[in-house]
Design a protein around this ligand. Structure first.
Ligand code: ADP
Length: 663
C-alpha cells in the first residue's frame, strides 16, 4: 500500500514536471518556427525594396526618354519624311526604321519608286547587236548616239547615253565615257527636269566608278560629294528609297577600302546606318503591302512583325499621318541588356525575358521563379526584368542559417529545461524517499523498541511484586531482563549507526589493520551465542594474509552483523563458518551458514534499508532490516565489494572483499 501511494505520488509529480518541461519547449519551438518564417519574409521584402530602389533611376530615365519622345512628336508641325527618318532613326535612335502614311493611307516614306516609262527597244536593236553580239563597242556607241538623236523621249535619251558611256568604258575610252556621263549626272538646267532623280543619281555613281579608273583626286571629290548629297537628300526631286539604298550600298563598297572612309568616319557610319535603316523600312513596307495596318493597329501598342527576323512596330499619329516606328529585336535586347547589366551584382543576376516569357540568353531559369519581376516600360509591353540570386539557394541559405541558429538555441533551451526538469524530478524523488524513510524509521524504531521495553517491564514488575517461586526463577527473570537490555542496546546501536550513515556523519578512522584481528574480535563478541550447544562454529584463517587499510571497528561491525545473521537465519544444527583468505591481492571474509538461504529476488533486495524477507521470522529473530544496509555502507566506504551465494533452504555465503596492502 505504502509503495503504491508513493509511486502514485511520484507519477503525478513526474507528469506535472514533464508538462512543465514539454509545454514551454513546444511553445518555444512554435515561436521559433514563426520567427524563422517572419525572418524569411522580412529578408525577402528587404531585398525586393533594395533592388526596386536600385532599378528606379534607370526606369525613370527610360520614362523621361519616352515622354521626351512623345513630346517631340507632338511638336512636329509639318513632317518632312526623310529628315524625320534621319532624326528619329539616326540622331535620336528611337527606331531602326520608319514607315509614314499620309491621311489617305498612301505611303510617304520609304519614298516609293518613280514610274518608269516602258522602253522602246526598236531604236537600240542594232546598237545592242553590235554591243553584245559583235562586241564592237565604238560602232555600238555610234549607233546608240544615232538612236538618241532621233528620239525626243527623255528616258530613251538617258538610256541611250548611258549605253554610250558603257560602250566607251568597254572600249577603254574612259575619258569619252566621263564626258558623256558627266552630262547625264549634272545636266544643264534646261533639261534637268527631263531626267528622273533616280537616273541622275545612277549617272553620278557611274561617274564615280569612271573617275576611279581615271583620276584618284576626281574620284574622291565626286564620291564625297555624292555621299553627302545622298545623306542630305539633296536631290532636285525626292529620291526613291530603293534607289538610295542601292546607290549607298554601291558607293560604300567603292569607298570602303579608300582613305575617304577614314577621313570621314562619321559620314561613312551614318551612311551605313541609314542604308540599313532605310532597307529595313522598305522590308517592313513590303510586308505591309500584303498585310495593311488596317484597324488592328492601336496607337502606342507594340506589335510583332515578322521580317525574316523578329521585329516590332509601334504606331503614332504625327501631323495627321500614321507613323510606324520599326525596332529590331536586337535593339530592344540591347537596351534591356544594358539595364540588366547595370542592375546585376555579386548577389543578383537580372535576366531579360521577352514577351513570350523566354529568356534572351541561354539560362535555365523561369520568370515565375524570380524573387522580383519588373516591367521596364509601357512601350516594352510584356518584356520583363527578372531578378534571381546567383546561387539559387543563397536566400534559402541565409534564411536556413538563421533558422539553424534559432533551432539550436531552441534545442539548447529545451535541453536546459529538460535537464533542470530532470534535476527537479530527481530531487523531488529524493525528498519523497527521504520522507518515506523518516516515516519508516520512526515506525520501525517505535515498534522495535516497544517489544523489549514491554517485556522488560513485565519481568521487572514480576520481580518487584515478588511473584516468583524460587531464587532460581528470579535469576532467570533477571537474565531475561539482561538479554532484552542487550537486544535493546544492539538495536539502538544499529539505529544510531544507520542514522549517522544517513546523515553522512559516520566517520571512519582508517589505519592498517590485520584481518585476523578483525575476525577474532568479531568472533569474540559473539562467543556467548556460538558457545551454545546447537551451534557448530568454525573459524578458518588461511595465512599468510596481507594487512588491510580500514576502520577496525567498522569492519568488526560488518563481520558481527554477517555472523549474527548466519546465526539468526539458521534453524537447528547451526553450522557456521568464518573463512578469511587472500585472493588476487584482496582479503576475503566469507561467512557461510547452513540456514534458510535466500531466493534470487530476495538477494537483490536485502541490502535495502528495513528490508526483511520474512518479517514474521524477523520478529522472532530480533532484526529490524538494517544490519545488511549498514554492512553495505561500511564495505562501500572501504571501496570493497560484497557478494552473496545462496539458494533457498540451502544456506548462504556472504563474501566481503577488501583490497589488501602490498608489502
Ligand atoms: P535483520 O535485522 O532483519 O536481520 P538484515 O539487514 O541484517 O536485517 O537482513 C535483512 C534480511 O535478509 C533479513 O530479514 C533476512 O530475511 C535476510 N538475511 C540476512 N542474512 C541472511 C542469511 N544469512 N540467511 C538467510 N537470510 C538472511
Amino acid at each position: 500500500m505504502k509503495t503504491d501511494s508513493f509511486s502514485n505520488q511520484l507519477r503525478w509529480v513526474i507528469l506535472l514536471l514533464a508538462a512543465a518541461v514539454i509545454l514551454p519547449t513546444v511553445c518555444l519551438l512554435w515561436f521559433m518556427n514563426q520567427a524563422v518564417k517572419n525572418e524569411r519574409l522580412a529578408v525577402r521584402q528587404k531585398l525586393i525594396d533594395v533592388y526596386r530602389e536600385k532599378t528606379a533611376p534607370l526606369l525613370e530615365h527610360l520614362e523621361q526618354e519616352r515622354l521626351q519622345f512623345e513630346q517631340s512628336l507632338q511638336e512636329i508641325e509639318e513632317l518632312e519624311p526623310f529628315s524625320f527618318f534621319v532624326e528619329y532613326c539616326f540622331e535620336k535612335e528611337h527606331a531602326d526604321g520608319v514607315l509614314i502614311y499620309d491621311s489617305n493611307g498612301q505611303v510617304f516614306f520609304p519614298v516609293p519608286s518613280e514610274n518608269t516609262s516602258f522602253i522602246d527597244t526598236d531604236p537600240f536593236e542594232k546598237a545592242w547587236q553590235l554591243e553584245f553580239v559583235d562586241k564592237n563597242y565604238s560602232e555600238a556607241a555610234g549607233e546608240y548616239e544615232r538612236a538618241v538623236m532621233t528620239s525626243s523621249i527623255p528616258y530613251v535619251v538617258f538610256q541611250g547615253n548611258m549605253a554610250m558611256v558603257r560602250c566607251y568604258e568597254k572600249a577603254e575610252d574612259v575619258e569619252k565615257a566621263v564626258l558623256v556621263c558627266r552630262e547625264l549626272a549634272y545636266p544643264g538646267s534646261h533639261i534637268i527636269n527631263e531626267y528622273t532623280s533616280s537616273d541622275m543619281i545612277r549617272a553620278r555613281l557611274k561617274l564615280v566608278q569612271l573617275y576611279q579608273k581615271l583620276d584618284p583626286a576626281m574620284f574622291e571629290n565626286e564620291a564625297e560629294l555624292l555621299l553627302s548629297d545622298l545623306l542630305a537628300n539633296a536631290q532636285p526631286k525626292p529620291l526613291p528609297s530603293e534607289v538610295r539604298v542601292f546607290i549607298l550600298g554601291e558607293l560604300l563598297d567603292l569607298i570602303k577600302q579608300t582613305h575617304l572612309a577614314q577621313q570621314h568616319p562619321g559620314n561613312f557610319a551614318k551612311a551605313e546606318f541609314l542604308q540599313n535603316a532605310e532597307s529595313l523600312s522598305l522590308k517592313a513596307l513590303a510586308k505591309f503591302q500584303n498585310e495593311p495596318l488596317g484597324d488592328t493597329w492601336q496607337e502606342n501598342d507594340l506589335e510583332t512583325i515578322d521580317l525574316g527576323e523578329k521585329a516590332y512596330g509601334m504606331l503614332f499619329k504625327v501631323d495627321n499621318k500614321d507613323v510606324v516606328f520599326i525596332s529590331q529585336r536586337n535593339s530592344i535586347i540591347r537596351v534591356m541588356t544594358y539595364i540588366a547589366e547595370r542592375l546585376s551584382d555579386s548577389t543578383v543576376t537580372v535576366v531579360v525575358f521577352d514577351e513570350q516569357d523566354v529568356p534572351i540568353f541561354k539560362i535555365k531559369k523561369k520568370a515565375a521563379d524570380a524573387f522580383l519581376t519588373i516591367r521596364p516600360s509601357e512601350y516594352l509591353d510584356e518584356w520583363k526584368l527578372c531578378f534571381f540570386f546567383h546561387d539559387a539557394d543563397v536566400f534559402d541559405e541565409a534564411a536556413n542559417k538563421q533558422a539553424a541558429i534559432y533551432t539550436w538555441t531552441g534545442v539548447l533551451v529545451a535541453v536546459l529545461i529538460l535537464a533542470t526538469g530532470s534535476f527537479a524530478i530527481r530531487s523531488v524523488n529524493h525528498q519523497i524517499k527521504m520522507n518515506r524513510l523518516k516515516n519508516d524509521f520512526i515506525a520501525t524504531v517505535t515498534h522495535e523498541l516497544k517489544t523489549p521495553l514491554a517485556s522488560m517491564r513485565v519481568l521487572v514488575d514480576t520481580l518487584l511484586e515478588k511473584r516468583y517461586d524460587s531464587e532460581a526463577t528470579a535469576t532467570e527473570y533477571l537474565q531475561l531482563v539482561a538479554n532484552e537490555n542487550k537486544r535493546l542496546t544492539h538495536l539502538i546501536d544499529s539505529f544510531l549507526t544507520f542514522s549517522r550513515m544517513e546523515r553522512n556523519k559516520q566517520v571512519f578512522e582508517t589505519a592498517m589493520v590485520s584481518p585476523v584481528e578483525i575476525a577474532n574480535i568479531a568472533t569474540e563478541s559473539l562467543h556467548t551465542k556460538f558457545d551454545s550447544g546447537n551451534v557448530m562454529f568454525n573459524i578458518n584463517i588461511q595465512k599468510p594474509l596481507p594487512m588491510i587499510y580500514g576502520d577496525k571497528d567498522g569492519m568488526v561491525t560488518v563481520l558481527v552483523n554477517l555472523l549474527d545473521n548466519a546465526y539468526k537465519y539458521t534453524n537447528s544444527d547451526k553450522q557456521i563458518e568464518l573463512k578469511v583468505y587472500e585472493q588476487n591481492g584482496s582479503v576475503c571474509f566469507a561467512v557461510k551458514d547452513n540456514g534458510i538461504g535466500l531466493s534470487i529476488r530476495a538477494q537483490r533486495k536485502i541490502f535495502n534499508r528495513f528490508y526483511q524477507v520474512d518479517s514474521r521470522l524477523s520478529r522472532r529473530s530480533e532484526g529490524c532490516g538494517l544490519g545488511l544496509s549498514i554492512v553495505k555502507f561500511i564495505v562501500d566506504a572501504h571501496k570493497g565489494t560484497i557478494e552473496i551465494e545462496s539458494h533457498t533452504g540451502d544456506g548462504s555465503t556472504f563474501t566481503v572483499r577488501l583490497r589488501g596492502c602490498k608489502g
